[in-house]
Design a protein around this ligand. Sequence first.
Ligand code: ZN
Length: 234
Amino acid sequence: MKDFTWERAPFSVCAVCEKKTFGFLRAGGHTLTMRCSSCRHTENIALPWLDKKVIYLDQFVFSLLFNVVSGGRLPIGHEVFAKELHERLRRLVLLQQIILPHSNIHRDETTVFHSAMELQEAYEFIGGDVSLSDTSTVELEQALDAADAYMNGTPLSLNLSADEILESERNEWLSDMHISVRSNYSQFADGLRKIRDETHGEMEKLAARWAAEKPNFDDVLKMELDAVLVGKVV
Ligand SMILES: [Zn+2]
């Protein structure tokens, strides 16, 4: 049996020791590394530049893709579509053409799912393991930009580029190894369900009130500001 080596096929002739043991060691980021398993001669090769497109998938689509991978139940009449969608998206991710970032919205919605950890691992893996900044951070940044513009009397110009809120580099090559950490968020599931139900209830009340009173924007703004200011004074 052949001894274990970190280097993998294809093997070619090493420029130093001339044995046919010069193989693939690792790739990822911006570099591919080849190494000889006999003399350890190493060569780093720069990988070509990339320009990956960013596609944001709804949680529903991630659940669908998860069911394809895990052999779960697919929507009747859409089985072929689901499988083909998974194949094409995965292919585009592996060809380094797209990333499918995940966010805290996915994570919160996943926590109440029956196979939460498996689904989370699946969407990290399927999408190329890139995440977006927390929505509360993005909101705060935008609010600060708006406050800045207001104070300076300048028009508000928000930078809506995806790169602004990606937690890792958009244009790195995927690593040939995928390492995942199992984070169990199930302890938050009950709390999230409660918040979701409460928010839904509050929104229903608000929608009913707006439908009945039909307030204009200035009225709503005044109401909101009064609520904030009262909160501050107390
Ligand atoms: Zn060698």
